[in-house]
Design a binder for this molecule. Structure first.
Ligand SMILES: [Zn+2]
Length: 172
């Protein structure tokens, strides 16, 4: 028989319960993540009819609440810089995947631009969804001067793809 370590449970009853609850909620989040993966985000639970997307956001909220409670109890050492680095890394990953798929990237909504999407070019942000740019001032791309006219729109798939890919995927 192998030796075992004779652990004792976390002695602080509040921290003990908050740790357990966060673990339980993390497990429930993992369950719905895998369900969305194998059934589809837009499918529904067959018996209850509950949309997977709704369940996913329920579990995200539960994990955030449980981890916030834990942070309140144990002394918050949340590393914002680490969070920011991770998120920036995921966005670089997204840009690479979008570029590989021949998609553009809209810097306003942070979503991919598909071939059938109607786009417009912003002087600073590059190619964006026309709908995302709606309401922003219109400028002449050559002169940078404000114009009174409607924004120039086009189907993303209609622009020369090498140019579109570079401009659309290069924002990180
Ligand atoms: Zn957009």
């Amino acid at each position: 028989m192998s030796d075992i370590t004779l652990w004792k449970p976390e002695p602080d009853i509040l921290i003990h319960q908050a740790l357990g609850k966060a673990g339980e909620e993390a497990g429930e989040l993992a369950t719905i993540l895998f369900r969305c993966l194998i059934q589809g985000l837009d499918a529904s639970e067959p018996v209850t009819g509950e949309p997977n997307r709704r369940s996913l956001f329920d579990e995200i909220a539960d994990v955030l609440a449980a981890t916030q409670w834990l942070r309140d109890l144990i002394g918050d050492e949340f590393d914002q810089a680490r969070f920011d680095r991770k998120l920036a890394g995921f966005r670089r990953w997204q840009a690479m995947l979008e570029e590989d798929a021949g998609l553009g990237h809209c810097d306003i909504c942070a979503k991919p631009i598909h071939a059938d999407d109607i786009c417009s070019t912003d002087i600073e942000l590059g190619i964006c969804h026309a709908a995302c740019l709606e309401g922003s001032p219109t400028v002449d791309l050559e002169t940078g001067e404000p114009t009174a006219g409607k924004i120039d729109t086009y189907r993303y798939g209609d622009i020369a793809s090498p140019v579109g890919r570079t401009e659309g995927g290069a924002h990180v």
